[in-house]
Design a protein around this ligand. Structure first.
Ligand code: H79
Length: 460
């Protein structure tokens, strides 16, 4: 450390406990954005909002068809999701292969999907009445899926909430009520839903919040104390110099890097060995339900499977977002994507769960992942001559001993090849794919490294 900090990172390097090891092995997760913004679904009074549907309440007064204080803030009075079936969501997530879910308990609008004691703006005062967070936690846990609670620090409904740092005594006193409210709600969530594994914070970039380094550091410690093992990313708090994610000495605050929102790291180097996950939307940038599903590019299941391999091959998890509609239904298009990913996962998940960065450059054919002595090559780009030519450094274990298809187990011919360009001490292994092998999906070739000599261990 170069700068002495009171409220910087409190740990160097990654966590080593069992909870975090479990988080690391997930590979695939599901995000769910659900709230009263699903009612307008990005459209109101025949007009379309240009931004992300869950942000519609911030539609500028100049162009919005309504005064949202009179409309949006009353949507909860008609929030009655008669199609909502937490068990069906959980079953669909399980089929997709998700090992964890991140669920919006409260987005920026401040509407709480649990019956919080600290505000009236909750599900309890909607026609639905029942505790949606509880239904989700129970249903996903019953499917063996770990639950993480999304919580927005931004709260457009709370009187004490503000974005700019408070200056006058009155502003400061008012912001104190918001700090207390936030703490109460977080403790309430952990008390109500003791099986959750972590909290996923958002909207923590306001100057008012950033300036609260002492308070937020204390609060994070308190949350961890009341809920041992709790996992919190790098997006909760800032240090005393206003640095977010990484403190003034460049050390990550929190348990994993939480900056990979709708983007993926280009290489292992930029990650510097840190834990991370990527949260990804299916359209370009829509988290909450948007009725218009056609006027932007919709990622395919193959796109998302590729992002999953990209993530896992670099030691990260991929979390795919779903936005149920105002009635609580996950749209059929998202259902089809989940099913497509699930079909692939049911056959190929061995290359995902618990698999890690292989310590090799990315092959042109696809992605490597590694588990023990098994190197997995998930092929997206099949060579026209059916020869996978794999360059393996001589320092990397004992090289490839056996190759076979993950699905079906058919052995594949391997030939060690001296191609005469070996200035970087690689051994080249030519793995032959059968010419009559037909597939329309990415497929996995298992490359058995035999007894490890210690060089093909996971590179953290
Ligand atoms: O819930 C979804 C979005 O509604 C929410 N996060 C995901 C998970 C989200 N809110 N805002 N954004 C995403 C993008 C916001 C970007 C900015 Fe900023 C906020 C630009 C300026 C303030 C963060 C802080 C990026 C730069 C500074």
């Amino acid at each position: 450390d170069t700068i002495p900090l009171k409220y910087g990172a409190h740990r160097t390097g990654n966590r080593t406990d069992a909870e975090m090891e479990r988080w690391r092995s997930y590979g695939l997760g599901q995000f769910i954005h659900w709230g009263v913004y699903a009612i307008p679904g990005g459209q109101w009074a025949g007009k379309t909002y240009g931004g992300a549907a869950e942000w519609i309440r911030s539609w500028s007064k100049a162009t919005a068809p309504e005064n949202w204080t009179n409309t949006y803030d009353n949507f909860y009075k008609q929030f009655n999701p008669t199609s909502f079936d937490a068990k069906a969501w959980a079953k669909q997530a399980k089929q997709m292969g998700a090992k964890y879910v991140i669920f919006t308990t409260k987005h920026h609008d401040g509407f709480c999907l649990w019956p919080s004691k600290y505000t009236d703006y909750t599900i309890k005062n909607s026609p639905y009445k029942k505790d949606i967070v509880k239904e989700v936690v129970d249903a996903y846990n019953a499917e063996g899926i770990d639950v993480y609670l999304y919580f927005s620090i931004i709260d457009w409904n709370h009187k004490g909430y503000r974005s700019a740092a408070p200056k006058t005594a009155e502003e400061i006193a008012s912001y104190e009520t918001f700090k207390k409210f936030t703490r109460n709600q977080l403790l309430e969530l952990l008390k109500n839903y003791p099986t959750v594994k972590g909290l996923w914070f958002d909207g923590s970039w306001d100057q008012a919040w950033i300036k609260e380094a002492a308070y937020t550091d204390e609060l994070e410690k308190e949350l961890r104390k009341v809920h041992p093992g709790l996992i919190i990313g790098s997006r909760f708090r800032a240090d005393e110099n206003g640095k977010r994610h990484f403190d003034s000495n460049g050390k990550m605050m929190g348990d994993y890097e939480q900056g990979w929102e709708r983007k993926l790291p280009a290489s292992i180097e930029v990650l510097k060995g840190r834990d991370w996950d990527c949260v990804m939307t299916i359209p370009p940038n829509q988290w909450g339900y948007n009725a218009d599903w056609k006027s932007s590019y919709i990622k395919t299941d193959d796109d998302l499977i590729q992002m999953l391999l990209h993530s896992v091959s670099l030691n990260g998890n991929l979390v795919i977002n779903f936005g149920p509609d105002g009635k609580g239904a996950i749209r059929p298009e998202e259902g089809a994507i989940a099913a497509g990913i699930g079909e692939w996962m049911q056959q190929n998940a061995e290359a995902i769960y618990g698999a890690k960065y292989a310590g090799l450059p990315k092959p042109e054919y696809g992605y490597y992942t590694l588990k023990g002595n098994q190197l997995y090559l998930t092929v997206f780009n099949r060579p026209v001559n059916n020869q996978l030519r794999l360059a393996i450094p001589q320092s990397y274990g004992k090289g490839i001993q056996k190759a076979y298809f993950l699905v079906g187990g058919q052995a594949l011919k391997i030939k060690k090849t001296n191609i005469g360009i070996d200035r970087d001490s690689n051994t080249y292994f030519d793995v032959t794919l059968p010419a009559d092998f037909k597939t329309e999906k990415p497929f996995v070739v298992v490359l058995d490294l035999g007894e490890s000599n210690g060089n093909n261990k996971n590179y953290g």
